[in-house]
Design a protein around this ligand. Structure first.
Ligand SMILES: Cc1cc2nc3c(=O)[nH]c(=O)nc-3n(C[C@H](O)[C@H](O)[C@H](O)COP(=O)(O)O)c2cc1C
Length: 198
């Protein structure tokens, strides 16, 4: 399966890096092709035009953004699933993550998403995750039932994305199994009839 991992924190001292690294290693261990979509690397401006509008824009700004976003659009077109790595800012979704998601819409359809949320506090970002669920359903990549929450992220993961707690090292099988199931089920559904091509 092809999995896009979206990392939506752009803070210079972000914890999201270690979470994304951990997610990527878990997915690769399951044999998936994994590609990171990092909001900090893309350095996108606050949304003016969506990808579908940028595609036909003739101005210099559209051309520059097209260059940045074309590889992302190509990745999304062949992705079987999306893992959304989300911190929690004021009990809500980090704005750079929302901004990254908002550039696309049709490109997400008929694929599942899985939320990996985290925070330096004890709740692991679950309040943001509840809002993220509504957003992901709206853009057409409904999230799987299980969440992977990582509380006290600085103690749970090393800077290299290695699990430092037993709970994280051993307790995540069901989450990734479930994601695999949804990816396979929706891939089979798209094979029967792909509404994106109808
Ligand atoms: C603007 C802002 C708001 C925050 N609000 C919350 C919050 O509501 N709940 C929480 O548990 N942590 C909160 N935190 C702490 C974050 O969990 C912590 O900074 C985490 O590392 C953020 O992810 P990042 O480092 O990848 O950006 C907040 C941090 C920032 C910068």
């Amino acid at each position: 399966m092809v999995v896009a991992v979206l990392q939506g924190s752009v803070r210079s001292e972000r914890m999201g890096d270690r979470v994304a690294k951990w997610v990527i290693s878990q997915l690769k261990a399951r044999g998936h092709e994994v590609v990171l979509v990092d909001a900090a690397v893309l350095d996108l401006p606050l949304l003016d035009k969506m990808w579908k509008e940028l595609k036909r824009g003739s101005d210099a700004r559209s051309a520059e953004l097209r260059g940045k976003l074309r590889p992302v659009a190509e990745l999304y077109a062949r992705a079987d699933g999306f893992v959304i790595v989300s911190g929690e800012y004021n009990h809500s979704v980090p704005p750079a993550l929302t901004n990254l998601l908002d550039y696309f819409l049709e490109e997400y359809l008929y694929r599942p998403s899985a939320i990996v949320c985290y925070s330096t506090g004890g709740y692991g970002g679950v309040r943001a995750a509840m809002q993220l669920r509504a957003l992901l359903a709206e853009v057409g990549m409904s999230s799987i039932p299980s969440l992977q929450a990582i509380p006290k992220v600085g103690q749970a993961l090393s800077v290299d994305g290695l699990a430092l707690t037993q709970a994280l090292a051993e307790g995540t099988v069901q989450f990734f199994d479930e994601f695999d199931w949804y990816m396979a089920a929706l891939a089979a559904g798209r094979k029967l009839s792909d509404p994106r091509r109808n």
